[in-house]
Design a protein around this ligand. Structure first.
Ligand code: ADP
Length: 635
């Protein structure tokens, strides 16, 4: 028979769960690496997008700044040229020693300066000495100053219109200088110069994270939204540049030290990513910035617009975080789906196991049923064998009872023979006498004799009838038996012996009508046995008293009849008592006892659901009690 299947999950299926197998580690490492790569890609992609956006805005702003600068400068470009239109200006250059003329020109310049909203306007002769100036009233008046070293003066004297940004040598104020030659009939007389303050442009530049600067051809920052960067340079100046700047005093005596700029990445010709170290606050690196350049070609200037890359970086970091989150979500989704798939698989396996178990159970049940059927049929056979044995036993028992009865009859045969011999002798004598009386003609006496013969024959018939009744075979089925009648029948068989042995008999039949459920023949057999035993026991006794008592009692919820047979014999010795009902146990001499009487009697009584017990008689002898079920109707 197959062993019952296990309902627990296969241990091999759970092997490796809960601990990291090498395959798992490799797989998750690859996933983590891929995740990291994707997150960084997201970071760079977002940053790139943001930078592109910043470049567009930066370029627009830069264009706007350039236009506003060009507009501002363009407004003043014509002004120096118009001065030669004034006759006094030309006259002053021709007659510099005329104080009235000088005064008139000074006042004229003052007025024009005021109207044009320029910083200063002044006229220089061919030697570079200022002849008249709009600030003639001020202490820091340019009148009399020699400015021939200024490049714009030099350029103008060489017939090239000059333009120059620089810090004023007298006023120390920065400004843009426009210079143009003053001609009369094609002859150069001097130079007209207009100085314009373009620092006001700085004020229009929005303060904020974005920064602006304007640099000259040397890379000197002369206009910027960051005050600390003013007059700093983009790179270290060459000696030649320093010499040139020193000679022109373009930036007065500012040290022109380079800014600490780190160029991180070049995006194209005009755009790159830089960071400028903040020196005032120590070593802190400035945030990364997008630097966009626009060249102002004729002046060799560069407009630089710096956009803060902080928000771009923040966005990139957000992109990185979002990518991580997204991947985390997908990993969780994957784990969840895998777990679900696993549990579905487990459930299916459990179902399969259950089905297997069920199938096996069915096989087991079929096998058990088969073996049970085998056992049942064996049992049935055994029961049949036992039933047959019981039948045989019953038959044997009946035969035994019968044999016991025959044995009793055999023992009583001497008495019976004597009982029958006496009437037979009497019959012979009487029949002989009847013949003689008939020959003598004494018919009355013959008649009397024949009457007596008839009586004797009748008595003999009764005896043989009793014997025949006693000897007949009994039936097993219990029927109500009147107890007194059974006692009387049994007594009849031992009556003669009791007479001979002068046994006194007493009947205590208080319940004369009592009936017991049994067979009359069997009950008589038991009683005859008990009477004979009592007579045997009292053979040596002086007082021979046989007493029979009928009692009725209630036991175990049912009516019972008790028949007590007591004698005045010596009683039952203690050593005999345990063996009383054993077959073939006898204390009587050989030929007198078989030792079967009590054994058979007990079997008969028990067969009817009764009890046979030996007790001590009240008078000192032995007493046997037969207890049988009572027939209620007869009770
Ligand atoms: P048997 O009469 O052939 O000996 P029983 O089975 O009838 O066989 O009796 C067994 C023995 O029980 C007797 O031999 C006798 O010793 C004892 N016994 C039976 N009845 C009495 C009695 N009334 N008084 C004393 N002893 C008895």
């Amino acid at each position: 028979m197959s062993s019952p299947p296990s309902l627990t999950a296969d241990p091999s299926s759970t092997r490796g769960r809960g601990r990291w197998s090498r395959r798992n580690i490799a797989m998750w490492s690859v996933v983590a690496a891929l995740g990291l790569v994707m997150a960084y890609l997201a970071y760079f992609w977002t940053e790139r997008l943001m930078i592109d956006k910043l470049r567009v805005t930066g370029a627009q702003r830069l264009d706007a700044y350039v236009v506003s600068l060009e507009n501002l400068l363009g407004k003043y470009d014509f002004l120096p040229r118009t001065l030669e239109l004034n006759k006094d200006v030309v006259a002053l250059l021709e007659h510099p020693d005329d104080p009235a003329l000088r005064r008139g020109v000074n006042e004229y310049l003052e007025q024009v300066n005021k109207q044009a909203r320029s910083t200063t306007i002044y006229i220089v002769n061919l030697r570079g000495v200022t002849q008249a100036a709009s600030n003639f009233r001020e202490k820091s008046s340019f009148v009399g100053d020699n400015v021939s070293f200024r490049p714009y003066i030099r350029d103008a004297l060489l017939h090239t219109p000059g333009g120059f940004y620089g810090v004023g040598t007298t006023s120390r104020e920065p400004g843009y200088f426009f210079a143009h030659g003053i001609y009369k009939d094609g002859r150069l007389l001097g130079v007209a110069t207009v100085k314009v303050n373009i620092e006001k442009l700085e004020k229009t530049w929005e303060p904020g994270n974005d920064k602006v600067m304007l640099t000259d051809k040397h890379g000197v920052i002369f206009l910027t939204s960051e005050p600390e960067w003013k007059y700093r340079t983009l790179e270290r100046l060459s000696d030649a540049a320093l010499r040139e700047l020193g000679a022109t005093q373009q930036y007065y005596s500012y040290p022109l030290t380079p800014l600490d700029i780190a160029y991180e990445r070049v995006l194209d010709e005009h755009a790159r990513i830089i960071s400028i170290r903040d020196e005032s606050g120590g070593r802190r690196a400035s945030p990364r910035m997008l630097s966009q350049t626009n060249s102002l070609a004729p002046r060799h200037w560069q407009f630089i617009y710096l956009s803060d890359l902080g928000p771009a970086r923040a966005n990139a970091q957000a992109g990185f975080g979002f990518a991580c989150l997204l991947q985390g979500f997908f990993v969780m989704l994957f784990l969840y789906l895998r777990q679900r798939q696993r549990s579905v698989r487990q459930r299916l396996r459990a179902k399969e196991d259950l089905q297997n178990a069920y199938d096996n159970l069915e096989i087991m049940v079929a096998e058990r049923t088969y073996s049970l059927n085998q056992v049942t049929s064996n049992l049935r056979e055994e029961v049949e064998v036992r039933r047959q044995a019981e039948n045989k036993l019953r038959i044997t028992q009946n035969e035994l009872f019968q044999a016991g009865k025959m044995a009793v009859l055999g023992q009583m045969s001497a008495g019976i023979t004597h009982e029958l011999n006496q009437p037979l002798t009497a019959l012979r004598t009487m029949s002989d006498n009847a013949v003689i009386l008939l020959e003598r003609g004494r018919l009355d006496d013959v008649k009397g004799n024949l009457g007596m013969i008839s009586q004797i024959v009748g008595r003999m018939g009764t005896i043989t009838g009793q014997l025949k009744g006693f000897a007949r075979k009994s039936v097993d089925t219990p029927v109500p038996v009147p107890v007194a009648a059974a006692i009387a029948n049994a007594l009849f068989l031992v009556e003669r012996r009791m007479e001979l042995e002068r046994v006194n008999f007493r009947m205590n039949n208080r319940y004369n009508e009592a009936s017991a459920l049994c067979d009359s023949n069997r009950l008589e057999q038991v009683l005859v046995n008990l009477f004979n035993n009592a007579l045997d026991a009292m053979a040596e006794s002086e007082l021979r008293q046989l007493t029979v008592t009928i009692e009725q009692l209630q036991a175990g919820g049912e009516q019972r009849v008790r028949i007590l047979v007591a004698d005045s014999g010596p009683g039952i010795p203690a050593e005999v008592r345990p063996h009383l009902f054993e077959p073939f146990y006898t204390t009587k001499p050989q030929g007198q006892g078989l030792g079967l009487g009590l054994a058979i009697s007990e079997q008969i009584v028990v067969g009817f659901g009764g009890i046979l017990r030996a007790e001590s008689a009240p008078g000192g002898g032995a007493q046997f009690a037969i207890e049988l079920k009572s027939d209620r109707a007869g009770a």
